[in-house]
Design a protein around this ligand. Structure first.
Ligand SMILES: [Zn+2]
Length: 104
C-alpha cells in the first residue's frame, strides 16, 4: 500500500472510469463523469438539428494533478473540449455576447 489517497474525483462514474488502481504511483486510464444531456431541442431548428448533445468531465490519471476537461458532444461525436479552468472564462464571454443580443 502506498501513501497515495484514492484519487477518484467525486464526479467520477465507476461505470465510465478506466483507472485501474488509483492507489498505485504508476497509473493509466481516465476518470469520466456520467454525461448530462443538454436540452437543445427548444432552441435548435432545421435539418441539421442536433439530436443528442451531452456534456461530461474527463481527467487523465497520471498519478499527479492534471487538468479536468469539459467535453461537449453532439450526435455522438466530440465537438469541443476545454480545461474546466478555462471554460468559465469562455462561458463569461458567451454570457456577455448573449447579453448584448438581448439588450439590442
Ligand atoms: Zn475514476
Amino acid at each position: 500500500m502506498t501513501d497515495f489517497a484514492p484519487a477518484h474525483p467525486g464526479w467520477c462514474s465507476p461505470n465510465r472510469c478506466d483507472v485501474t488502481d488509483p492507489t498505485l504511483p504508476t497509473r493509466g486510464g481516465a476518470h469520466r463523469s456520467e454525461p448530462i444531456t443538454l436540452d437543445l431541442a427548444p432552441v435548435l431548428v432545421g435539418r441539421d438539428r442536433l439530436q443528442v448533445a451531452t456534456a461530461s468531465l474527463y481527467r487523465v490519471d497520471h498519478g499527479f494533478d492534471t487538468d479536468t476537461w469539459l467535453i461537449l458532444n453532439a450526435a455522438g461525436r466530440e465537438q469541443l473540449s476545454m480545461p474546466i479552468l478555462k471554460s468559465t472564462a469562455v462561458l463569461v464571454q458567451l454570457a456577455r455576447l448573449i447579453g448584448q443580443g438581448e439588450s439590442a
